[in-house]
Design a protein around this ligand. Structure first.
Ligand code: NAG
Ligand code: NAG
Ligand code: NAG
Length: 633
């Protein structure tokens, strides 16, 4: 991969560096060049950068590249620079600076004392090689090693597992492997880019630099921060071995996450002038980092508000939208009971505020004969919309708000800045209005089974009241649709005229077209595998079902056959009995005859045969009978 830096006077070759991509360069790809072709390209550049921080297979190519350039030094048209972006993992097993003061950090001034983690031996060998190649003639060929902290930013690299698990929200607690007290050196990739840019421009005297930020975060600090901003906010510690059971982490990543290293970049502080983005580290800048992560990965929420009269099919449609886009469905009744359960179960360790809310919810329900006061209603729904899962994936608001006033209370705050905050976090992007004629709705409700009528509170009187109220709410000047129109969110109106399945599918298709593609991770490799397994299982189940059907059919046939057989056998039996009676008379004399003349000799022969046990018993028996024939006079 070859990339040209636009704003620099230099020609730069970069391998596996994406930190410059957005900022400085226009990409030119020379994909999969073999080395004979690659060398002339390297010779064409003033600066060559290799990033070996995450994939061990780049170590080998970097080793070749620095050696090849070194041996071509005689042919250089001008000075060249080689920068190796390595990792602080080559420091992981360094002995303490002062055995009596374990609190002292390492610095790049003592880089010769570093000792690598056992799985990063190749990396340290390459670092040494790079340093050595730069010593022949520094004016002509200078080399640098930048040992970078664990990189974060944009797609989150080694930390991605924690971001993703938190975002998905399926695990209630995010795992921290080990005791979590290990200090993890980090750097935002934009800051790393800035370090590299500084090295190119300033060409500092030291050729070994450590690039880390000034945080001293432990693994626990980091996971806690990610879980709080993206997930349910809870973590739990797991034995470090369990990290190896995690499908999403490579061995190299696990080694990095378990590192315990306090290290400072002295040169970076004293010699370079870095325009820091996250000088104080990941935890301090978590909001910014999370926002960047959402943007880079395209993890933007889809927020939908679905409106319509009772019985028009809002729940069905909203469930289908939620299933397709993996969104959260916010229906009033469920949200209220969920909130109450949550308040009750979490009360022990949560603040007095929760208790207060719970009390006022209960009071309000008592006083309003089971209904919630409007301002509480709005609060409960708003809290729900502001929860991390809704902020992550988005939601479908099912049948709420009902009026202009409710919408105003729900989506705006008391002050202007509050309002713009809410607008950016919970304002629906799409408003869908389902509608159908009153006659159609009434007929639909009449045809519903009693169970559903009760569940949805569609008893005739209730239903008609609700329908009337809905119609009344939607003829005034300030309807809920107006609220959105004023904000330039144009509702999509969908008229329901039939209960037929094809029409419903058509309606959904129209909605999906409006909302666009799902905005999530798509499927990870193991999800694809799981899908494959699910399909295989389904196939097996189908086959088993076919087999069962086949067996059942065969059984039936067998039964049928048995029945026919019975009839047939019954007929035969009669014939047989008649024949037997006939034979009986004949056979009596036949039996007597055999008993008298054949059996004695035959029995004797058989006994003899058993005693002798000859090789060929039949021959033996024949011989015996022949010799002992009682009628052979
Ligand atoms: C180095 O490479 C890894 C992947 O191999 C990438 O995630 C990381 O962002 C790269 N670092 C820089 C500074 O570009
Ligand atoms: C310079 O390049 C030429 C042609 O590619 C090659 O034959 C020669 O060995 C190179 N010289 C050195 C010192 O590497
Ligand atoms: C290093 O290379 C430069 C440029 O080719 C040359 O002028 C200088 O004499 C070389 N220095 C040494 C010590 O070989």
């Amino acid at each position: 991969e070859m990339e040209k830096v636009k704003h620099w006077p230099k020609r730069v070759f970069i391998n596996n560096i994406d930190c410059f991509a957005s900022k400085y360069v226009a990409k030119v790809h020379f994909s999969q060049l073999d080395r004979d072709e690659l060398l002339p390209k390297l010779m064409d550049c003033d600066v060559v950068i290799y990033n070996i921080t995450q994939h061990a297979d780049q170590v080998e190519e970097a080793f070749w590249a620095v050696s090849a350039l070194h041996s071509e030094m005689g042919n250089f048209s001008g000075p060249k620079m080689f920068i190796l972006v390595s990792t602080v993992m080559t420091w992981a097993c360094t002995k303490p600076v002062d055995p009596d003061d374990l609190e002292l950090p390492f610095t790049d001034e003592i880089f010769w004392r570093r000792k690598a983690h056992p799985n990063f031996k190749q990396h340290i060998d390459l670092e040494k090689r790079v340093v050595k190649m730069g010593k022949t003639n520094r004016t002509l060929f200078s080399t640098y090693v930048v040992a970078s902290g664990l990189q974060y930013g944009m797609e989150e690299q080694v930390f991605h597992y924690f971001f993703k698990t938190s975002w998905m929200g399926q695990e209630h607690k995010i795992p921290v492997f080990g005791d979590g007290n290990n200090i993890v050196p980090t750097i935002h990739i934009n800051d790393l880019a800035s370090v590299i840019q500084n090295v190119i421009e300033l060409q500092p005297q030291p050729y070994y630099l450590v690039a880390v930020d000034f945080a001293k975060n432990t693994m626990e600090d980091i996971v806690k921060a990610v879980a709080a901003v993206l997930g349910h906010g809870k973590i739990h510690k797991k034995p470090s071995e369990e990290a190896f059971l995690t499908k999403d982490l490579s061995v190299m990543e696990i080694d990095s996450l378990l590192v315990n290293l306090w290290i400072e970049g002295v040169y970076l502080k004293e010699l370079l002038s870095i325009n820091w983005l996250c000088e104080s580290g990941l935890v301090d800048n978590i909001e910014l980092v999370v926002e960047e992560y959402r943007q880079t990965r395209g993890l933007l929420p889809i927020r939908v508000c679905l409106l319509g009269p009772p019985a028009v099919g809002k729940s069905t449609v909203s469930k289908q939208i939620c299933e397709y886009y993996k969104l959260h469905r916010i229906a009033l009744k469920e949200t209220i009971s969920e909130t109450i359960t949550q308040l009750v179960t979490e009360n022990e360790d949560s603040a007095a505020e929760a208790q207060e809310l719970l009390n006022s919810l209960k009071d309000s329900i008592d006083q309003n004969r089971g209904l919630l006061d409007e301002h509480l209603l709005v609060k409960v729904v708003k809290d729900k919309l502001m929860s991390n899962p809704c902020k992550n994936q988005g939601f479908v608001l099912d049948g709420f708000p009902k009026t202009y006033e409710q919408a105003k209370k729900l989506f705006s705050g008391e002050t202007l800045s509050q309002s713009s905050y809410y607008t950016s976090k919970i304002m629906p992007e799409f408003v869908l209005c389902l509608d159908a004629s009153d006659a159609f709705l009434k007929e639909r409700v009449m045809k519903l089974p009693e169970r559903l009528v009760q569940k949805h509170n569609y008893e005739q009187q209730h239903f008609l009241q609700r329908l009337t109220r809905y119609r009344a709410d939607n003829v005034e000047d300030e309807t809920i649709a107006h609220y959105f129109e004023e904000l330039d969110i144009t509702p999509l109106y969908l008229e329901i005229t039939s209960n037929d399945e094809p029409d419903c599918l058509l309606l959904l298709q129209k909605i999906f077209n409006t909302l666009g593609k799902p905005r999530n991770y798509g499927h990870s490799t193991w999800e694809v595998e799981e899908e494959g397994m699910r399909k295989a299982e389904e196939k097996m189940r189908k086959e088993a079902q076919l087999r069962a059907e086949e067996e059942q059919r065969e059984e039936e046939e067998a039964r049928h056959r048995a029945a026919c057989w019975g009839e047939w056998v019954g007929g035969l039996e009669m014939v047989r009995q008649q024949e037997e009676e006939l034979l009986g008379a004949q056979s009596a004399s036949l039996k007597n005859y055999l008993m008298e003349h054949v059996m004695p000799a035959l029995t004797q022969g058989l006994i003899e045969c058993c005693t002798v046990q000859p090789q060929d018993p039949v021959d033996f028996l024949a011989e015996y009978l022949f010799k002992n024939n009682p009628f052979d006079y």
